[in-house]
Write a protein that binds this ligand. Structure first.
Ligand code: IPE
Ligand code: IPE
Ligand code: MG
Length: 229
């Protein structure tokens, strides 16, 4: 394959519609969506993509009915517990991107354990954007910058990014959004300033290796200029 991205972020959208099309509950859609993650990560790992971010739950997703939110958290807790060992064996380092505030003790615990277990791995870094909002992240960064007494004159872009949740991630090269919407829904707004976007109508539970190859192929054709010529 031609030029591959170093950092891919996925907006895994369309679980609800996937379920609706089949006359299933939204939670069945989320189950199918979560199940789909495994083969995608496996593919990306075998192609030595170094950074992958999965948008699993946005700060705005709290606006959904409590039952759906709790069901989603339960599923995420389960998958993190179930998959950590396998990810660890594959040298993958798990990171949480977002805030732990408001998450159940059990979910926080499963995230914590997965991070600790995989902390020293040097393969792919897998960022789980869970309870993540781009605006919330920037506010969080500004708060910490102010309280650490940074001299305003000393603040530049390089310094600022050290206060983001993704301080040790490179900028996103490619954002893939499934589910047919053409928007970013508050994902990594600082880190995607110069990202390439790939939008597909394919619903997340149907987004397989073949669809991923199409996205990577499209990316390899892009001319990134970063404002230059
Ligand atoms: C994306 O699927 C998963 C999350 C937001 C957690 P949706 O649940 O948004 O699915 P649609 O957009 O309703 O189809
Ligand atoms: C974006 O999907 C968030 C995640 C995939 C976690 P949404 O379904 O929440 O996005 P909107 O509401 O359509 O923008
Ligand atoms: Mg959606």
């Amino acid at each position: 394959m031609a030029t591959l991205p170093h950092h891919i972020a996925f907006i895994m959208d369309g679980n609800g519609r996937w379920a609706e099309q089949r006359g299933l509950s939204r939670s069945a859609g989320h189950r199918a969506g979560v199940k789909n993650i495994r083969s995608i990560i496996k593919y990306l790992n075998s192609h030595t993509i170094k950074y992958v971010t999965l948008y699993a739950f946005s700060t705005e997703n709290w606006n959904r009915p409590e039952e759906e939110v709790n069901g989603l958290f339960h599923l995420l807790e389960e998958i993190i517990k179930e998959e950590s060992e396998e990810l660890h064996k594959n040298g993958i380092r798990i990171r949480h991107i977002g805030s732990l505030e408001g998450l159940s003790a059990k979910l926080q615990d499963s995230i914590d354990k997965a991070i600790k277990l995989t902390a020293d791995n040097t393969g792919m870094t897998l960022g789980i954007a869970l309870n993540y909002g781009g605006r919330a992240e920037i506010i969080d960064a500004v708060r910490r910058i102010i309280s650490s007494g940074v001299n305003p004159e000393a603040l530049d872009e390089k310094r600022f990014r050290e206060y983001l949740y993704t301080a040790d991630f490179p900028d996103v090269d490619l954002v893939i959004r499934t589910g047919g919407e053409f928007r970013t829904s508050n994902l990594l707004i600082w880190q995607t300033a110069y990202s390439e976007y790939y939008f597909t109508p394919v619903l997340w539970p149907d987004f397989n290796e073949k669809e991923l190859e199409k996205a990577l192929q499209a990316y390899s054709q892009r001319k990134r200029r970063f404002g230059g010529l």
